[in-house]
Write a protein that binds this ligand. Structure first.
Ligand code: NAD
Ligand code: ZN
Length: 358
């Protein structure tokens, strides 16, 4: 078992990582929050896999708990789905002290966290993430949101969970493509802050993809540790937290231009990481090995890195519509070497276009 303390003053919490802890979550949660009325929120795919084990564990520890399973996907991460969940909270007579337990992937965690943040001006919640992306990214850091027809994650706030419990065994039922998508975020942490970790991933990829428990614990622990350290410095993304968006600026544009249908998030971010590495190379910030090492790891993951359909000019236009664009300036996270990035808003449209068409 590994633990990470996320130091955010009065909003601090622990991340616990281990295999086979779902049947102990009742005990673990009751160490942080005294037993009370609670709802386990999950989706229709995760409910039959892990709903009962979590529900039973909480009941055994004297939580007055009910399971709510939602039909959910990225298209349903909406305000109307949040309203559906508020109804369940009222039906179960939840009050300001009651607890929400979010059991699922990033979509479920973002939605349940948003509802926890807004129901009666905020009630406690804990995260039990069940996808690799949720283990290493969405369950930590307190960004909660729903989508709006005008854009992804446009309605939301910062609201930290009381604890995060990561059971690496949950990855055994996850489709392979979801593991690959999560691995892109794992690689991101190596790229932005930790060259040794990048080497570890490169060397141990077969064990990781075979879901070896020690390898999984290692990559999840390192990823969470890096994310936590960045969030501690800049909880509400005023500055340095932006490095977590490495690969995401262009990645988001690719996703948006294809209406979120063609690419998985991880696939689009991988392409984004390649494009910004080309930009960094063109600006003499990074050498060719930075690009080549990422490309080689992506290929080992089985990702295809070419977009042949989109017009590069459309991609650049889309970049200017991103919510992270500040005063009309594009902000890029550029690698200088494996394990280090800088934030730069001086990249010219011509350099971007060259990287996209190369
Ligand atoms: N809050 C943040 O900081 C943050 C960061 C990154 C991403 N996100 C958000 O996360 C979302 C993507 O999350 P995701 O990649 O986890 O996708 P997801 O939540 O859609 O899960 C992918 C699929 O896997 C299923 N699933 C979940 N756990 C499973 C398991 N253990 N076994 C079998 N199937 C399982 C889900 O039902 C779903 O069908 C996006 O909405 C994105 O905006 C948020
Ligand atoms: Zn991401």
């Amino acid at each position: 078992m590994k633990e990470i303390f996320v130091d955010l003053g009065t909003d601090s919490y622990n991340i616990t990582i281990d295999n086979g802890i779902l049947n102990q979550v009742g005990t673990l949660i009751s160490k942080v929050i005294t037993p009370r009325k609670a709802i386990v929120v999950t989706d229709n795919i995760v409910a039959p896999l892990y709903g009962k084990i979590v529900l039973d564990s909480l009941s055994e520890c004297r939580f007055d708990v009910k399971l709510v399973s939602l039909a959910l996907g990225e298209e349903q991460k909406t305000l109307s789905k949040a309203e559906e969940l508020y109804e369940h909270l009222f039906d179960h007579e939840m009050d300001r002290k009651s607890l929400i337990v979010a059991l699922g992937g990033g979509v479920l965690g973002d939605l349940a966290g948003f509802v926890a943040a807004t129901f009666m001006r905020g009630i406690p919640f804990v995260q039990i993430p069940t996808t690799l992306l949720a283990h290493v990214d969405s369950s930590i850091g307190g960004k909660v949101a729903v989508n709006h027809p005008r854009g992804k994650n446009m309605i939301g706030c910062f609201y930290q969970p009381k604890a995060v419990f990561i059971d690496t065994d949950t990855l055994r039922t996850l489709p392979k493509a979801e593991i690959t998508a999560g691995m892109v975020e794992v690689m991101k942490y190596g790229m932005i802050k930790d060259a040794d970790f990048f080497e570890y991933i490169d060397k141990h990829l077969p064990e990781i993809l075979a879901l070896d428990p020690d390898a999984l614990e290692e990559i999840i622990y390192n990823s969470c540790k890096t994310k936590a350290s960045v969030v501690e410095l800049d909880e509400t993304e005023q500055g340095v937290r932006a490095i977590l968006n490495y690969g995401h600026t262009i990645g988001h544009a690719l996703e948006a231009l294809t209406s979120y249908k063609k690419y998985r998030h991880g696939d689009a971010v991988a392409m984004g990481m390649i494009y910004v590495s080309k930009i960094a190379r063109a600006m003499n910030l990074a050498d060719d090995t930075v690009l080549k090492r990422q490309e080689s790891l992506f290929l080992k993951l089985g990702l295809s890195l070419k977009d042949t359909e989109l017009n590069p000019h459309d991609i650049v236009s889309k970049l200017y519509q991103d919510k992270k664009t500040i005063a009309g300036k594009l902000r890029f996270v550029l690698p200088t070497r494996i394990g280090n990035v800088i934030i730069d808003d001086s990249v010219s449209d011509k350099t971007i276009l060259n990287a996209l068409t190369e």
